[in-house]
Design a protein around this ligand. Structure first.
Ligand SMILES: Cc1cc2nc3c(=O)[nH]c(=O)nc-3n(C[C@H](O)[C@H](O)[C@H](O)COP(=O)(O)OP(=O)(O)OC[C@H]3O[C@@H](n4cnc5c(N)ncnc54)[C@H](O)[C@@H]3O)c2cc1C
Length: 395
């Protein structure tokens, strides 16, 4: 039987980061992914903030950055738009559009260079808790079935996490908090500015929004996410309509279709247990308002790897020891997740007319700095209903 200190299931951004930091901390680590090519297919619009690279302790690399972002355009259902670009406002959360297929692979390579053993095209099928507390996970790879025994198991297996379910952790995302996303990567798009992210709100994407994230030249990720309970057709059907109705994409051609779930209910109840940690989408480490999970998943992955290595060194993989991971994550992102979940719930109550009137009022506001929090503060200023619900948290 293969034995290891730390076994990470899932080589997305969260898992590769967890594996790398666990190895940096001196643990023997195996990283597993069912895909034959790490990072492909992507399920992502590929936007990240620049702070992600500080968390990773890596330089941003032109090999996996397709575009630097200089602003955002917010579009109401009636077409009223608000441009917020860094020639007029400060954009502290500005970032990049990645090439995830290259980026995810690069993160796994960084883990490999740190001494992590990587096994691709290897799918976790089940797990068993041993009497000494360790986990034995059964895998299938190229027709072969085998087991790996680990002192600490890190579940980084994405939004549909089986690890969490198999281990019996309370890590369930309610259907009303699981967004369904669909996206085309397209060429021949006619964006007004190819360095500005565009967001379209309202019935175009119930419970979410339609986005255009430019990847350079005439290439764009045109996608949307919806809450199925609030919608009357599939995310794919909304996407086809949105793309056909949008000036920038009506003549564009798809070269890729990406579909996937995005958990937006805030952190799951149990991110850890005896000998086990969850990180990334598996722990719902996703901003409930934007649906962005790369930066927060990497943050969670880093903490998971660091705490796992400490536990191995201390010879204590108990729930009591691993609680430190939960504390680090909740201190770092718990408060923001709660805040943004409230804003998200509030936005879901607005109809197209209300969104239009907010956009009209936004046109009279002189923004000096743009971040998610600054936008919510502006919303509170122009919408008495918003003030009632959100004032305490943001002002
Ligand atoms: C349409 C869409 C657009 C998005 N756009 C953005 C965006 O612009 N910016 C942003 O920050 N976030 C975005 N997100 C969210 C973002 O993609 C995720 O939050 C992020 O990928 C989570 O990383 P992760 O490592 O936790 O999981 P994942 O990237 O999902 O990786 C999980 C890995 O686990 C592997 N795996 C699963 N089960 C097993 C198994 N049994 N055995 C072995 N391997 C397994 C999978 O193959 C996969 O490689 C978007 C999501 C969607 C759906």
């Amino acid at each position: 039987m293969i034995k290891t200190d730390v076994l990470v299931i899932g080589a997305g951004p969260a898992g590769s980061t967890a594996a790398r930091f666990a190895a940096k901390g001196g643990a023997k680590v195996i990283l597993i992914d069912k895909k034959s090519e790490i990072g492909a297919p992507k399920r992502c619009a590929e936007g990240v903030s620049k702070k992600t690279f500080d968390i990773l302790e890596l330089e941003a690399d032109p090999h996996w950055i397709t575009r630097e972002i200089e602003g955002v355009r917010l579009v109401a259902p009636d077409g009223t738009d608000v441009w917020l670009t860094n020639d007029v406002v400060e954009l502290p959360e500005a970032g990049y559009i990645l090439e995830r297929k290259v980026f995810d692979k690069h993160l796994a390579m960084e883990a490999g260079r740190e001494g992590v053993e990587i096994r691709i095209k290897t799918q976790a099928k089940s797990l068993k808790k041993e009497d000494d507390g360790s986990y034995t996970v059964s895998f299938e790879s190229m027709g072969e079935v085998y087991d790996i025994n680990t002192k600490i198991l890190i579940g980084a297996d994405g939004p549909e996490s089986h690890v969490a379910k198999w281990a019996g952790l309370k890590a369930y995302t309610k259907p009303k908090h699981m967004e369904s996303g669909a996206q085309f990567e397209m060429c021949n798009a006619k964006m007004e500015r190819s360095d500005v992210l565009e967001f379209y709100f309202g019935t175009v994407a119930p419970g979410g929004y339609f986005w255009l994230f430019p990847k350079g030249d005439d290439i764009v990720n045109a996608g949307l996410a919806i809450i199925p309970e609030m919608a009357d057709k599939s995310a794919y059907e909304y996407l086809v309509d949105a793309v056909n109705d949008c000036y920038a994409t009506k003549d564009a051609q798809p070269v890729e279709l990406n579909v996937g779930g995005d958990p937006v209910g805030g952190l799951v109840r149990e991110m850890y247990g005896d000998n086990i940690l969850l990180c990334g989408d598996a722990a719902s480490q996703v901003n409930p308002l934007t649906g962005g999970g790369i930066t927060s998943g990497i943050t969670g992955g880093k903490y998971a790897g660091q705490v796992a290595a400490e536990a191995i060194k201390a010879g204590d993989c108990s729930k009591k020891f691993l609680k430190k991971y939960d504390e680090l994550v909740r201190d770092d992102m718990g408060h923001d997740m709660d805040k943004y979940a409230k804003v998200c719930n509030y936005l879901w109550t607005l109809d197209d007319d209300e969104l239009n009137s907010i956009a009209h009022a936004f046109q009279d506001i002189e923004f000096t700095k743009i971040s998610t929090t600054e936008l919510v503060k502006a919303l509170i200023k122009v919408q008495p209903k918003a003030a009632l619900k959100l004032r305490k948290m943001f002002l």
